[in-house]
Write a protein that binds this ligand. Structure first.
Ligand code: NAP
Ligand code: MG
Length: 408
């Protein structure tokens, strides 16, 4: 980058959430090479790295969520969700909750994931020609559960005590004859309604069909409520619009949805309950090339947005990096997290030059791969080509940077 250029001004501060391990390493590289040289932006920085979460008793995560409510748009690096092994590794005060879970709960948002398609990677599932977007309900169910390790014989019950007095509702789940396990989960009409609204709107904005599946034949009350709320939202607010735009809202059993997805061409938003979305988005990501080709955005009903990569901190690569070995880790989803955040910021601020920068950054990244320069995860699955060349983490970001320089 020899020549001096005028930096593009981003009007409103962006909430930046740093993270852990290999993604933290790449986060800095992406910022230093692909963002800071081109943009004049104010970053409100929150370090969600595990050490700081532990030091602040996780207050930093709540502060970051509050900051998104103030500024509207944030971008997040992947973070470690501690388990027993991590508590030992980092000598943690406790097994802190998933920051993503905490932020989702604070914003009551829906997570939409979409793959990044490039023309030289053919999806493993052959019929998938267009992106299949996933809308993951980001509240409740098993992610906000209460669990009991049942020590021995006894009665497991679910009890509801009305706030204003009145009759308690009590159901037996199981009469245990010996040790076992027990779990209580919940959801709220309010959260399911905002999930439904977000899905209908997202699919309509993107002009793609909306599919939704639950297990309401077995779970008549719990999953049945999801189905009912979606149907009501559709009839009330979307049916006419969808018909006019030639879009379909299609409800089916979750297992039937999975079977049909395998034969679908794409161009669909697949609305998923929390756990289905967690699992299915990883399956989709790997079929479209690599987990590193999956983008993610949390959209709250109040108009707040948080962009991130769908993958984790890529721990195995980080340990190699720590030993001084070169890694070939893919930064595509991190780059798209930043471009997504900048595009939204530009749209909200009415600054088309910021939107244009976001598009240029995505084009540069995509074209770098289409021209054969890619990381190890993609070389394995890309169509063979004479220009194909595996590069390391840093070289890939540098190649995107050179391509970006030509566009600006
Ligand atoms: P992961 O970080 O997504 O990595 C799993 C494997 O996928 C990697 O070992 C690697 O495969 C491949 N991979 C993922 N991202 C890649 C990239 N950008 N480039 C190249 N290959 C990539 O999942 P994990 O190892 O299960 O989790 C590690 C940590 O991340 C955990 O502590 C977990 O809590 C956290 N996590 C955070 C988030 C989040 O913050 N959103 C999400 C998920 C997990 P190979 O080793 O075969 O190359
Ligand atoms: Mg997952």
């Amino acid at each position: 980058m020899g020549k001096k250029r005028q930096k593009i001004e981003v009007k409103t501060p962006i909430v930046e959430m740093d993270g852990d391990e290999m993604t933290r390493v790449m986060w800095k590289m992406v910022k230093d090479r692909l963002l800071l040289p081109y943009l004049d932006m104010e970053l409100e920085y929150y370090d969600l790295g595990l050490k700081v979460r532990d030091d602040t008793e996780d207050k930093i995560t709540m502060d970051a969520a509050e900051a998104i409510k103030v500024h509207g748009v944030g971008v997040k690096c992947a973070t470690i969700t501690p388990n027993k092994a991590r508590v030992q590794e980092f000598n943690l005060k406790q097994e802190w909750k998933s920051p993503n879970g905490t932020i989702r709960a604070a914003l009551d948002g829906t997570v939409f994931r979409a793959p990044i398609l490039v023309n030289n990677i053919i999806p493993t599932v052959r019929p998938w020609k267009k992106p299949i977007h996933i809308g993951r309900h980001a509240y409740g169910d098993v992610y906000k559960n209460a669990e009991i390790r049942v020590p021995g014989a006894g009665k497991g019950e679910v009890i509801f005590t009305p706030a204003g007095g009145g009759e308690t509702i009590r159901l037996t789940i199981q009469d245990f004859k010996g040790p076992g396990i027990l779990q209580g989960i919940h959801n709220t009409d309010k959260s399911i309604e905002s999930f439904a609204k977000a899905c209908f709107r997202y699919a309509y904005d993107q002009r793609i069909h909306l599919w939704f599946g639950t297990k309401d034949t077995i779970s008549k009350t719990y999953d049945g409520q999801f189905r009912k709320i979606f149907e009501e939202e559709y009839r009330k607010n979307w049916e006419a619009k969808y018909r006019e735009a030639n879009l379909e809202y299609f409800f089916t059993l979750i297992d039937d949805a999975v079977a049909r997805i395998m034969r679908a061409e794409g161009g669909i938003l697949w609305a998923c309950k929390n756990y289905d979305g967690d699992v299915m988005s990883d399956m989709l990501g790997s079929s479209y090339g690599s987990l590193a080709m999956m983008t993610s955005v949390l959209v709250s009903p109040n108009g707040f947005y948080e962009y991130e990569a769908a993958h984790g901190t890529v721990q195995k690569h980080y340990y190699k990096h720590l030993k001084g070995e070169k890694t070939s880790t893919n930064s595509m989803a991190l780059i798209y997290a930043w471009s997504g955040c900048l595009r939204k910021r530009g749209e909200l601020d009415g600054t088309p030059e910021v939107v244009r920068f976001a598009q240029a950054l995505e084009d540069a990244a995509r074209e770098t791969i289409e021209n054969g320069t890619m990381t190890a995860d993609l070389i394995r699955v890309a169509e063979p080509g004479p220009k194909n060349k595996q590069v390391n983490t840093e070289e890939f970001i540098e190649a995107v940077g050179r391509s970006l320089d030509k566009k600006l």
